[in-house]
Ligand binder design. Structure first.
Ligand code: RFL
Length: 403
C-alpha cells in the first residue's frame, strides 16, 4: 500500500490502534502486522517529516539483534557503521576506552534514527500495513472497558473516532496516551538541572571516537552520525535560546571545551539543526492501564546523556508485540500481564546508567560552595577510576552499549 492509498482507507477500527510512528510505533506495527493482527498507526506528522527528523544515532547491540531477528536490518548493516571507541578529555588529561574490547565485547551501530524510521515505514507499507498520516490523536477514551476509543483530528481538520481492543501509546512524552492516563498512574520525574544545546553539523566527524569533554566552562560532546554529518552537544545555561549564538561562536566554544590546542581543531561546517534539551527523566508506572499500553518515550523519557531512548523504544516494542500477539492470536494474556514489570525493569537499569553519566559529565549546577567542591572531587575520582581500573571499564562498557 502506498502512503496516499493509506490515507484514503476508510475503516476506523482495528484490534490494535498504535499512536505514533516513531521507532516504537513502527516496529510494533511491523511485528503485529506480520502476525496477522489487525492494526493501524495514527501519526500526527507527514511521511516527509518522519523521514527527515534527525534525533538518535547510536544503536545498541541488542537493538540490532532485535532488528536482525525480524529481518528489518538490511539497510542498517549496509549503511550503518560499527563504532566501539569513546574518549574522555579532562583537566587531568585524556584517555580512550575501546569498549568493543571490554565488557561483553559489544559495539554500537551508528545509523541515523530517521533512516531507521524510514526503513520501518517502507517495510510496513510494502507489507500492506495501515497508517494514517497527519492524523493527531486527541484523547484515548474508555481504556478500562473492553472497547477503548481514540478521538482524532485528520488532515482536513475534521475530528473522528477510532475504536480498538488495545491502544498502544507510542506517541512520545507529549502525546495523547500520556494525557489520557488515569489519576492512578504514577509519574516519576527528575530534572537533572542541566541543559544541552544539541547541534547537527554538516561536517565530517573530527575523530574516530565519541568524545566527552569535561571542561570548566561546561560539558561538550562529539558523536559521529555519517561520514558527512556530526552531532555536537554544548552544555548551556537553562533558558538559552537555541537560535541565538552565532555559528562561529559555537565552533570556538566547541574548540575550547574539546581542547583544540592539544588535540587539533574540529572539522567545521554549516550547523543545520540546533535544539536545547533540558536533561530530564520521566517514568510512568505502570505501563498498562486496562487496554492502554505505553511504549518508548511515552512510557519513559530518558536524557540523551547515555543514548538509550531509541534503544529502549525498540526493546519495548519487541516485548509488547510478543505480548499482544500471544493475547490476540493465541488467547494467552500472561505476557501482557508481565509487560509493564518487564519493561520497567529495563527502563530503570537504563535510567541508572544515564543518571551516572549525567553526574560524570557535569559539574553540580548552582553557585560554587562546599557541596560543589565535594561533587567535583568525587567526579575526578570517578574519572580516575574509569581510566585506571579494568573492572570499572568492563562495567562501563557493559552498560554503555547494553540495554
Ligand atoms: P518518537 O520518536 O518521538 O515518536 C513518536 C511519534 O508520535 C507522533 N505523535 C503523535 N501522533 C499522533 N497523535 C499525537 N497526539 C502524537 N503526538 C506525537 C510524533 O510525531 C512521532 O512521530 O518516540 P519513540 O518511538 O518512543 O522513540 C523514542 C526516540 O525517538 C527517542 O527516545 C530518542 O530519539 C532519544 N535520543 C537518543 N536515543 C538513543 O537511543 N540514542 C541516541 O543517540 C539518541 N540521541 C535522542 C538523541 C533524543 C534527542 N532529542 C530529541 C532530545 C539526541 C537528541 C537530540
Amino acid at each position: 500500500m502506498t502512503e496516499s492509498q493509506n490515507t484514503r482507507t476508510a475503516r476506523n477500527t482495528a484490534d490494535v490502534v498504535i499512536l505514533g510512528a516513531g521507532p516504537a510505533g513502527l516496529l510494533l506495527a511491523n511485528l503485529l502486522h506480520r502476525e496477522g493482527i489487525d492494526c493501524a498507526v495514527l501519526e500526527r506528522a507527514t511521511p516527509l517529516h518522519l523521514r527527515t527528523r534527525a534525533r538518535a544515532g547510536f544503536l545498541a547491540a541488542n537493538t540490532v539483534r532485535i532488528l536482525d531477528r525480524h529481518g528489518l536490518s538490511g539497510n542498517l548493516h549496509r549503511h550503518g557503521r560499527l563504532h566501539g571507541s569513546c574518549e574522555f578529555r579532562t583537566d587531568d588529561g585524556h584517555f580512550r576506552l575501546d569498549y568493543a574490547g571490554l565488557g561483553r565485547g559489544e559495539q554500537h551501530t551508528v545509523y541515523p534514527q530517521q533512516d531507521l524510521v524510514a526503513d520501518l515505514l517502507d517495510q510496513y507499507l510494502e507489507a500492506g500495513g495501515r497508517i494514517r498520516f497527519e492524523t493527531e490523536a486527541l484523547e484515548v477514551h474508555d481504556a478500562d472497558g473492553p472497547r477503548p476509543a481514540v478521538t482524532v483530528r485528520g488532515p482536513d481538520g475534521a475530528t473522528g473516532r477510532w475504536s480498538a481492543r488495545y491502544v498502544a501509546g507510542c506517541d512520545g512524552r507529549h502525546g495523547a496516551a500520556r494525557r489520557s492516563l488515569p489519576s492512578t498512574a504514577r509519574h516519576h520525574r527528575r530534572d537533572h538541572g542541566v541543559s544541552w544545546l544539541g547541534l547537527l553539523a554538516e561536517a565530517p566527524p573530527s575523530l574516530d571516537a565519541t568524545a566527552y569533554a569535561l571542561h570548566g566552562r561546561g560539558f561538550a560532546g562529539h558523536m559521529a552520525r555519517t561520514p558527512r554529518i556530526t552531532r555536537y552537544y554544548l552544555q548551556c545555561a537553562r533558558g538559552t535560546r537555541a537560535g541565538e549564538p552565532p555559528e562561529e561562536r559555537l565552533w570556538d566554544e566547541l574548540d575550547t571545551r574539546m581542547r583544540a590546542t592539544d588535540h587539533g581543531p574540529l572539522h567545521r561546517g554549516r550547523i543545520v539543526q540546533r535544539a536545547v534539551v533540558d536533561l530530564e527523566s520521566d517514568v510512568v508506572e505502570p505501563l498498562r492501564h486496562g487496554s492502554l499500553l505505553l511504549a518508548g518515550d511515552a512510557a519513559a523519557l530518558i536524557s540523551p546523556a547515555a543514548a538509550k531512548g531509541a534503544n529502549l523504544a525498540v526493546l519495548q516494542a519487541d516485548l509488547l508485540a510478543r505480548a499482544l500477539a500471544d493475547d490476540l492470536a493465541r488467547g494467552d494474556g500472561r505476557a501482557l500481564e508481565r509487560y509493564s514489570a518487564e519493561a520497567l525493569a529495563r527502563i530503570w537499569r537504563a535510567q541508572e546508567f544515564s543518571h551516572w553519566m549525567i553526574r560524570l559529565l557535569h559539574a553540580r549546577p548552582g553557585p560554587p560552595d562546599g557541596e560543589s567542591f565535594f561533587h567535583e572531587s568525587i567526579r575526578r575520582a570517578r574519572i580516575a577510576s574509569l581510566r585506571a581500573s579494568r573492572t570499572h571499564q568492563d562495567w562501563f562498557a557493559e552498560n554503555y552499549v547494553g540495554i
